[in-house]
Write a protein that binds this ligand. Structure first.
Ligand code: NAD
Length: 274
């Protein structure tokens, strides 16, 4: 099965379908990532705060795949924001991951009240220039935060990884990303399981002989989103990867986009957890 790539503004590409490991303990991440790589995923999304960079890195090292066959993302935690702090934090992440570079390094949250994401992004530019991150981006950034990064650093983040699922389709951010060449990466793409119950999803899934999770992942792919569903169950890991044998009509995409819902995670304007 060939996963399409989405081209990033630094010239590299990210697989449109990857695998996320939030809320998976380190040992479990080792097993889940090993299974995902076995099934065919070639993009893995972790973060310092997930406390499973070591297990993730071990699974990649033990997979038999060459390092450059796997697109690896990690994220800088809020308490590490700031220029010098960021340069220190990347060392820790690379050491735990057991690699000398990541394919994508993201600022996990903007934390507007700290007002340190500009200095943090400038440190990211240095990290990228030194070859320790191939691409640099952000997560949970609002339009106003993205505008500041672009205006004050002269560089557009390659990716903005945001909460995005049928109940929160993020039209405003997606439009801004499209205008500026920022790849949209969807976190909690299945609404942490909630979106699977929506009648429009179950009806469309039945019509195609697929599962609700597959219908939602197909919706993301057809919208152009990069998507990183999480599961630790081998059957679901495989199911979530098997989404290239059917497609939704424009009307079905629109019906899923019209599902009413709300934000599951924190509001980026306020989130400041250290
Ligand atoms: P998700 O939408 O991927 O949902 C995961 C949950 O859905 C699973 O725990 C399971 O209960 C269920 N599920 C998965 N596959 C299923 C299937 N085929 N059938 C039925 N149920 C299924 O939610 P998530 O884990 O929150 O998000 C995915 C990834 O996004 C995370 O692992 C992480 O890598 C990333 N993420 C990033 C941020 C951020 O702030 N940048 C925040 C949250 C998550």
């Amino acid at each position: 099965m060939t996963v399409p790539n989405v081209k990033l503004n630094n010239g590299t590409s990210i697989p449109q379908l990857g695998f996320g490991v939030w809320q998976v303990p380190d040992d479990g991440a080792r097993d889940a990532v090993a299974e995902a790589l076995r099934v065919g995923y070639r993009s893995i999304d972790t973060a310092k705060v997930y406390e499973n960079e070591a297990g993730t890195g071990r699974a990649i090292a033990e997979s038999g795949l060459a390092r450059d066959e796997v697109f690896l993302t990690t994220k800088l935690w809020n308490s590490d924001q700031g220029f010098d702090e960021t340069l220190r934090a990347v060392e820790g992440s690379l050491e735990r991951l057991g690699t000398d570079y990541v394919d994508l390094y993201l600022i996990h949250w903007p934390v507007p009240e700290y007002d340190r994401f500009i200095d943090t992004f400038k440190a990211f530019q240095r990290i990228r220039d030194e070859g320790r991150a191939k691409a640099i981006g952000v997560s949970n950034f609002r339009v106003e935060d993205l505008r500041r990064v672009i205006d004050e650093t002269g560089e557009t983040p390659a990716v903005n990884q945001i909460e995005l699922h049928p109940g929160l389709p993020q039209d405003e951010l997606r439009a801004f990303h499209a205008e500026h060449g920022i790849a949209t990466e969807a976190w909690s793409p299945l609404g942490q399981g909630e979106s699977l119950k929506a009648p429009a999803v179950t009806e469309i899934a039945t019509a195609h002989g697929v599962t609700p999770a597959q219908a939602i992942l197909r919706w993301h792919l057809q919208l152009g989103n990069v998507v990183i569903p999480k599961s630790v169950t081998p059957a679901r890991i495989a199911e979530n990867f098997d989404v290239f044998g059917f497609s939704l009509s424009d009307d079905e995409v629109a019906r899923i986009s019209a599902i009413e819902g709300e934000r599951i995670g924190p509001n980026p304007a306020e989130f400041n957890l250290r």
